[in-house]
Design a protein around this ligand. Structure first.
Ligand code: NAD
Ligand code: MG
Length: 383
């Protein structure tokens, strides 16, 4: 297997640190060229000292001096500032970019990486939510793969290996239901951020954990799936599966259905994406069916968890609607995490932005950038 030279954007986060575990266990296959972080300078320095990348980026400019002082003696280049992510992903020595930063911030560096012909291991689902059409077309044009890291999309991708010539009838995205599964709006009115941050099955960054509680995460994943696998809205079904053992399923035109299963462990989809097409040996815990005597399934509650309905609506409407939802949601989640708005107000805020932000039917990259700005402005007024 040809060595993979990785740029890991967001290396200090939940996905980033788990990616480095996979890298560490497979030193013959992976080489780290670039590590980046927003604020966690200490962990970035520690990671760089261990993995010896060519370059690190610390996005928060106030922390540049500290990181430079620590890494310059090790002959590791240190960059900061908005443009640095865009330049490091295009470095000659990089051949794959793993996007593990959060939110809209992933879009521009991912576009730059694709234009530079780098394969993408995509954790940052927001990139495809904001500008799925543009990004997937660009990837085709530059002949780069977008390999999903998100567990559901990895599951679908794994089901499709060997079947790429067979049309998909539909996909079934599984959802754990999050910490508030089965609760009603009355209950959700007063839930706190501490309650929302307690995910039953996965340990993840704060933003995606709140998205999981509000089912926005599943909504974003519906949109992500559309673009990754070229589906229409009626080919995407969501089913709540609280045990998170089946990570998603594909139904083919003969009625046969394939599922991918395993313990909820993000290192598996991360490793599948960066090691594709090979399955690398791992020592991750194995699943024991005796521990899971029943796997259960139920319909999602679209009325209580309105964000999921918004996502399907965005798919039908097209244009920049998903970009509007994403920006509004980022502001809503940040405000909820600062205790400035309640749990249900997050959906109200998103709905408000969907109604008021200027709709663009066939957006360019500039339109997406403008939509993101306009939505954030309006959403902040609402907060
Ligand atoms: P996290 O908050 O744990 O880590 C985010 C990383 O990105 C950190 O290294 C941080 O420094 C960096 N970062 C954050 N904002 C940035 C910005 N504006 N500019 C530059 N760098 C920035 O997040 P996470 O849970 O690892 O999630 C990362 C992405 O992966 C998200 O898009 C999320 O939806 C997706 N994802 C995560 C999981 C999971 O299990 N955590 C599962 C599926 C998908
Ligand atoms: Mg997921």
């Amino acid at each position: 297997m040809q060595k993979r030279h990785l740029a890991i954007l967001g290396s200090t986060g939940s996905i980033g640190t788990q990616t480095l575990e996979v890298v560490e266990a497979n030193p013959d296959i992976f080489e780290v060229e670039v590590l980046t972080a927003q604020n966690n300078a200490d962990l970035l320095i520690e990671q760089a000292a261990k993995f010896r990348p060519n370059v690190v980026v610390i996005s928060n400019e106030d922390l540049y001096d500290k990181v430079f002082a620590a890494l310059d003696p090790l002959d590791i280049k240190v960059y900061t500032g908005e443009k640095s992510l865009v330049s490091v992903v295009a470095m000659e020595s990089v051949n794959m970019v793993l996007t593990a930063l959060v939110g809209y911030a992933g879009l521009i560096p991912t576009v730059a990486a694709i234009k530079a012909g780098k394969h993408i291991a995509l954790a940052n689902k927001e990139t495809l939510v904001v500008a799925g059409e543009l990004v997937t077309e660009l990837a085709q044009k530059h002949k780069v793969d977008i390999l999903p890291v998100d567990s559901e999309h990895s599951a679908i991708f794994q089901c499709l290996v060997g079947e790429f010539h067979n049309p998909i009838e539909k996909i079934i995205l599984t959802a754990s239901g999050g910490p508030f599964r089965g609760k009603d709006r009355e209950f959700l009115k007063t839930v706190t951020k501490a309650q929302a941050l307690k995910h039953p099955n996965w340990s993840m960054g704060a933003k995606i954990t709140i998205d999981s509680a509000s089912l926005m995460n599943k909504g974003l994943e519906v949109i992500e799936a559309k673009w990754l696998f070229g589906l229409t809205p009626d080919q995407i079904e969501v089913v709540v599966h609280p045990q998170s053992i089946i990570h998603s399923m594909v139904q083919f035109e003969d009625g046969s259905m394939k599922a991918q299963m395993g313990l909820p462990d993000m290192r598996i989809p991360i490793q599948f994406a960066i090691g594709y097409p090979n399955r690398l040996k791992s020592n991750f815990p194995r699943m024991d069916f005796a521990q899971f005597p029943s796997l259960t399934f139920e319909k999602p509650d679209y009325e209580t968890f309105r964000n999921l309905s918004f996502a399907f609506e965005a798919l039908k409407v097209g244009g920049n609607m998903a970009c509007i939802i994403n920006a509004a949601n980022e502001i809503a989640v940040a405000a909820f995490l600062r205790d400035e708005i309640g749990f249900l107000a997050m959906s109200d805020l998103i709905e408000n932005c969907m109604k008021k932000v200027s709709f663009v039917r066939i957006p360019t990259l500039e339109d997406y950038i403008e939509t993101d700005k306009e939505t954030r402005r309006l959403a902040l007024e609402f907060v």
